[in-house]
Design a protein around this ligand. Structure first.
Ligand code: NDP
Ligand code: MG
Length: 382
């Protein structure tokens, strides 16, 4: 029996992880489940999986959680410190599925236990960069990528040497707005309606702006150290090939699969073995054609901004991520137009001198906090 904690259990990735745990129930002991504010879903999950502890990050909801768990014997906790404490309980596998830099502290607490972390929370790695990868090495932790592209690359690298890689190609669906002419008029509903994947609101908007691919470029740069100039992006609207690795002998390995996050999540849960998922076999004859295009960085500047931030290194990726989180939230609240998201990010990134490269978790959170503050100020000025 292996133990598992799921940070962000009530989200899209969290729920799909629990779906797999449910199907392979007898193999897992659930330790911590966490949410931000969704008390009802968290309490129901904690009861179903007989979790050791349920944590609600929004402390004002703790009494509600306590009431919902009364008589269950499940510990109820609330607030950011409790979230990190729960994440630091030793387990075989932590699934990091909180959205945004809010997940960074809990992920770092899990890394310090030296266990295996299945990382969906790309914003945490983008913001912390080397601070996280060095902590992984120092504590002997294992980082497995849940993000479908990085999971594909991880699988394609298996049995090969990173020195033999000529290039890595991240595929991008191009999102729901690839062919939409007027990006100014895009509504949150349109931006969230992803053609191939069913995901949380923030990553859905990121897919529409292509910031998701930009964040993934930085994520890949940290997970697979082949050099930024060897990481490419190609638009592949069918989302069948999840990414590719090209080797020095001219071989390119690709991973294919249905557009269902349970496939990469299962690959992490069972690693280095395999487990069953309820997916139907891939029917390439029914899919018919796979197509590929170069990304349009004029209409969708996010990947260019992310590459520039990765090249600048240090604090730049954390600033890019923080500004994007603020811009996406403002767009979802209908405070700014869709096309202003990359403009706001570029503005925050290009102002003044970059702060010193952060070396600790606290310094990363400091950079993140300042960039959020500046992005909010710019929103108010407009
Ligand atoms: P969701 O919005 O569906 O879920 C987010 C989860 O995090 C929820 O459990 C939510 O709790 C919790 N949460 C939100 N804000 C906070 C906070 N401030 N503090 C603590 N917990 C918080 O997101 P997704 O599942 O779509 O995405 C999760 C991560 O995985 C993201 O980083 C995303 O980029 C990445 N990812 C997602 C994919 C997908 O298919 N969804 C694919 C690849 C990567 P509550 O429910 O209470 O709000
Ligand atoms: Mg992805």
């Amino acid at each position: 029996m292996r133990s598992i904690s799921i940070l962000g259990a009530t989200g899209s990735v969290g729920e799909q992880t629990l779906d797999l745990v449910r199907r392979n129930g007898e193999e897992w002991k659930v330790v911590a489940l966490t949410a931000h504010s969704n008390v009802a879903a968290l309490a129901a999950m904690a009861r179903e999986f007989d979790a050791e502890v349920a944590v609600i990050a929004d402390e004002t909801r703790l009494d509600e959680l306590r009431a919902a768990l009364a008589g269950s014997g499940i510990e109820a906790a609330g607030g950011r410190a409790a979230l990190c404490e729960a994440a630091s309980r030793p387990v075989d596998m932590t699934v990091a599925a909180i959205v945004g830099c809010a997940g960074l502290g809990p992920v770092m607490a899990a890394i310090e236990q030296g266990g295996t972390i299945a990382l969906a929370n790309k914003e945490a790695l983008v913001s912390a960069g080397e601070v996280m990868t060095e902590a992984v090495k120092r504590h002997g932790a294992t980082l497995l990528p849940v993000d479908s592209e990085h999971n594909a690359i991880f699988q394609c690298l298996s049995g090969n040497r990173i020195e033999d890689v000529r290039s890595i190609t991240l595929t991008a669906s191009g999102g729901p707005l690839r062919l939409v002419e007027n990006l100014d008029a895009v509504t949150p509903e349109q931006a969230i309606a992803h053609p191939n994947w069913d995901m949380g609101a923030k990553i859905s908007v990121d897919s529409a702006t292509m910031f998701n691919k930009g964040l993934e470029l930085i994520e890949a740069h940290h997970l697979f150290p082949v050099g930024l100039d060897r990481i490419r992006i190609v638009v592949h609207p069918q989302s069948v090939i999840h990414s590719m690795v090209e080797y020095r002998d001219g071989s390119t390995l690709a991973q294919l699969g249905p557009s269902d996050m349970r496939v990469p999540i299962a690959s992490c849960l069972a690693w280095p073995l395999r487990m069953d998922t309820p997916m139907a076999p891939l029917d390439l004859a029914a899919i018919g054609e796979l197509s590929f295009f170069a990304p349009d960085e004029v209409r969708f500047p996010a990947t260019r901004l992310a590459r520039e931030a990765a090249q600048a290194g240090g604090a730049a990726p954390a600033i890019l991520n923080a500004a994007n989180e603020i811009a996406v939230a403002a767009f979802l609240e209908r405070k700014i137009a869709f096309s202003r998201i990359p403009l706001l990010v570029e503005r925050v990134l290009s102002e003044g001198q970059l702060p010193d490269p952060p070396r600790t978790l606290e310094e990363v959170l400091g950079v993140d906090g300042s960039a959020r503050k500046r992005a909010n100020e710019l929103l108010e000025l407009a």
